[in-house]
Design a protein around this ligand. Structure first.
Ligand code: ATP
Ligand code: MG
Length: 333
């Protein structure tokens, strides 16, 4: 059997540069070596957006456009909508017995996200327990590899624990997944914050028009200790240079900028202009492909439906094995 990849994104908005370097790039690179399933995790998105379910449908479409725009091949990759695979909810329920409250409470990513979200009426159980449903997402596809950003490592670890527990309690049905980090495990935000994230409003989106990208770049956080362009500046920890390292293919230009920045012989404006031009070179073909697919909504919907049908078939077959292993395949009458 061909080895499988499962990964995905929450349809809480379009995808950004962080998604690209954290995960999308690996998906594109590996799509011909692995049987690939990409989950648009709308049920997980509901866990902190349940008051605005109307946002999901449009974002499911936007996220699918981003996949196609970065070069995921719809003939090869299955784009699967989570809520259209009800077997995932069933497996989540079984998994709930295999995880303790104490383990959930220790999950460092969920702890951070709870702080960030500042839930006014307390933390929804759905949000707090999403690592369990995410384990179901991964394991129902028997995925071996999960290309993700650094924030997802605790989720993969949780999934591995559940698999070990399930396989030793019931039968060896499930596969232990392993995480694969991207070229950049965590891309910082344009505000210098630790992570570019939809919820933080510090993003450059893959579909942003050039003028938006330019504005974002020109107002990026740089070295706060540097007042004048003639002050020696810091390159390390400076997001403008982090982005240059990742997105500027002209390494000689980047080295030269870094050297002059350290000496105080280049201003932020020049460094940012060159970053914009590098990013524009990277984003232009993505933007063009995105526009091509956006002009064919019926085709995009068909791609999503086709991927979801294929994904659901895999999920149903795993669930037959899961129920048998758990002695839930009753034969009455
Ligand atoms: P939200 O704020 O709604 O949680 P998000 O921007 O964190 O959105 P997700 O859909 O939660 O995006 O993440 C999808 C995938 O992209 C995950 O594998 C995650 O690790 C990865 N990812 C997201 N942001 C970054 C980033 N800044 N750097 C590297 N990987 C990232
Ligand atoms: Mg997230």
């Amino acid at each position: 059997m061909e080895k499988r990849i499962l990964t995905g994104d929450r349809p809480t908005g379009p995808l950004h540069l962080g998604h690209y370097v954290g995960s999308l790039q690996n998906r594109v690179r590996l799509q011909h070596d692995y049987d690939t399933y990409i989950l648009i995790a709308d049920i997980q998105a509901l866990t902190d957006n349940f008051e605005h379910p109307e946002k999901l449908e449009a974002n499911v479409f936007e996220v699918a456009l981003d996949y196609l725009a970065v070069g995921l091949d719809p003939e090869r990759v299955k784009i699967v909508v989570q809520s259209m695979v009800p077997e995932l909810s069933e497996l989540t329920t079984y998994f709930m017995n295999l995880v303790t409250v104490a383990t959930l409470e220790r999950n460092p990513t969920v702890k951070d996200e709870i702080k960030q979200r500042n839930f006014k009426r307390g933390v929804p159980v759905g949000f707090w327990s999403y690592p369990i449903s995410q384990a179901a997402d991964i394991t129902i596809f028997k995925a071996e590899l999960v290309p993700v950003g650094e924030d997802q490592l605790p989720m993969i670890e949780q999934a591995r624990e559940i698999v070990r527990r399930f396989n030793s309690l019931y039968a060896r049905v499930l596969v232990e997944p392993r995480a694969m980090l991207g070229q950049m495990a965590r891309l910082p935000g344009t505000d210098g914050g630790a992570k570019m994230s939809k919820s933080l409003g510090n993003c450059i989106y893959l579909g942003d028009p050039p003028e938006t990208v330019r504005k974002r770049v020109m107002s990026m956080f740089t070295d706060p200790t540097r007042i004048h362009p003639t002050d020696p500046g810091h390159v390390e920890g400076n997001p403008v240079f982090t982005y240059h390292d990742v997105f500027n293919p002209d390494k000689a230009e980047v080295d030269d900028l870094k050297e002059r920045y350290r000496k105080g012989t280049v201003g932020d404006v020049e460094v940012k202009r060159k970053l914009f031009s590098a990013l524009d070179g990277f984003l232009s073909p993505i933007r063009e492909r995105r526009a091509e697919f956006a002009a064919q909504p019926a085709r995009v919907r068909e791609i999503i439906m086709d991927g979801t049908r294929k994904g659901r078939a895999v999920a149903q077959s795993t669930m037959d094995e899961v129920r048998a292993a758990m002695k839930l395949n009753y034969k009455f009458g």
